[in-house]
Design a protein around this ligand. Structure first.
Ligand SMILES: *Cc1c(COP(=O)(O)O)cnc(C)c1O
Length: 459
């Protein structure tokens, strides 16, 4: 069965009758057939594969086809699917009860693990999703500073928080929607959207609005417009401008946190010491607040925000800024997160780094051999392949991609047994469970997919 996708690229070379039947049923009861937009394959066309089970680096779909997983649940599955130690921790926690509504030890253990890994993190609050973490961090920043304006960067995604859905990347980038209905002009009016990696634009915004800015929120290294790392000097400029204006810097590490290193992106860049010219001498690139999610939940709904103790002291019940959650610090989810982090050892990070380097170099070589214009975006073990020869530094340059070439590439990979993220604006996610067998499947698929991309170019 060959369908034609919205990009005009033939797709679904391999029939997927069981997934198609589930998708038809899903579409009758779920808008678009999914519970999160990117899963619907709209950017690449064809039938989304319904996963029946997953193990290590493998996804098995409803038709019984096994593929190498390079989505990793969009980041959490850094140890691979069904890691035995995490499963044991989940079962042990579940045997003691599912949710209490009182404090319990597991929350303390998880919070201690986070604080131990990321030096500037003094106190954290556990929540249930990355969206909740960024929403709450912004409320706290506004409450702490008594100021209204939030600065964000085009192409950075911080979850579906109303005030942050101005020029967001993930999903919206794919659908090329400038904004979303349902967000009032009022709730976006206090949000300033600036280009990522653009120091003069940042300085100008602070020169004009500095005394009204509560915070700057940024992806530590962007991963939702494809992977775009901060240019040298960018993070220092964010700190310099926020400090000078008395605003807070929120580093959104929901995707990068505990994935790129023991301490996430902060562990790669933040420990370098710089002089910000504020008289404090050389200091680490330490944001005031962080947000986390994805890896720290190990596949369960748990996320967090945290940072400076004096700022976190403004949070209820210690302070006046309200924030709460029936399932916050859920014992089963906290146990999954803690077990995951405890197994994120130096060896795990080394393996993930090595797998990512092998796959991205092979992808680039295969595309180069077929003359397909492309650029790699790399931040530690996160990477994406941009189907453009433009140097990608921000959202505008990311959007120069040939989406049709990517769609053809994606479907050829799917047919050859590799499930990539179904959008060219997403990171590819590797895990420590990607063994040589799994990596070899990817390496054999890439030249075939590169030929498909070459044939579809400009289409
Ligand atoms: C995934 C993500 C979020 C949102 O997290 P959810 O758990 O999906 O709400 C926020 N920020 C970044 C950087 C993300 O990658």
């Amino acid at each position: 069965m060959t369908a034609t996708s919205s990009t005009g690229v033939p797709s679904d070379l391999t029939p997927a009758p069981a997934s198609q039947a589930l998708f038809d049923r899903a579409s009758a009861v779920l808008p678009g057939g999914v519970n999160s937009p990117v899963r619907a394959f709209r950017a690449v066309g064809g039938t989304p594969r319904f996963t029946a089970s997953a193990s290590g680096p493998w996804l098995t779909d409803a038709d019984g086809v096994r593929r190498v997983d390079l989505i990793g649940s969009w980041g959490p599955m850094i140890l691979g699917h069904g890691h035995p130690a995490v499963r044991e921790a989940v079962v042990a926690a579940a045997e003691k009860g599912f949710s209490f509504g009182t404090p319990s030890e597991g929350e303390v253990l998880l919070a201690e693990e986070l604080v131990a890994r990321v030096e500037p993190l003094e106190k954290v609050r556990l929540v249930s999703s990355g969206t909740e973490a960024t929403m709450s961090a912004i409320r706290l920043a506004r409450g702490f500073t008594g100021r209204p304006v939030v600065v964000k960067f085009a192409g950075c995604y911080h979850g579906h928080v109303d005030a942050l859905l101005a020029s967001a990347g993930s999903g919206l980038a794919t659908f090329a929607l400038p904004d979303t209905p349902g967000v009032t002009p009022e709730s976006a009016a206090e949000t300033l959207v600036l280009p990522f990696n653009d120091v003069p634009a940042l300085e100008q915004a602070f020169a004009v609005h500095g005394d009204r800015i509560a915070c700057v929120i940024t992806e530590a290294a962007a991963g939702n417009m494809g992977v775009v790392p901060p240019a040298p000097g960018w993070t220092a400029a964010l700190l310099r401008e926020t400090r000078r204006a008395g605003a807070l810097l929120i580093s959104d590490e929901v995707m990068t946190g505990f994935r790129l290193s023991r301490a996430g992106w902060f562990g790669l860049e933040g420990r370098q010491r710089v002089d910000l010219g504020d008289g404090a001498g050389e200091q680490a690139l330490a944001p005031d607040l962080f947000t986390f999610g994805k890896v720290m939940g190990g596949g369960f709904p748990v996320a967090a925000f945290g940072g400076r103790a004096d700022v976190m002291a403004h949070l209820a019940p210690a302070g006046p800024v309200y924030q709460a959650g029936t399932l916050s610090g859920n014992p089963v989810a906290s146990a999954a997160g803690l077990a995951t982090l405890q197994h994120c050892t130096d060896e795990v990070y080394a393996r993930v780094d090595a797998v990512a380097a092998t796959i991205r170099d092979a992808a680039s070589a295969a595309l180069a051999a077929e003359g397909v214009p492309h650029t790699l975006g790399v931040a530690g073990s996160m990477f994406s392949v941009f189907f453009t020869d433009v140097d990608v530094v921000d959202y505008d340059t990311a959007r120069t991609q040939d989406a049709g070439a990517f769609a053809a590439f994606f479907h050829a990979m799917l047919d050859a047994g590799v499930h990539l993220p179904p959008s060219c604006y997403e990171s590819w996610f590797c895990s420590a469970s990607h063994d040589d067998d799994a990596v070899n499947v990817v390496l054999e698929a890439l030249p075939v997919a590169a030929r498909a991309a070459a044939a579809a170019q400009g289409g």
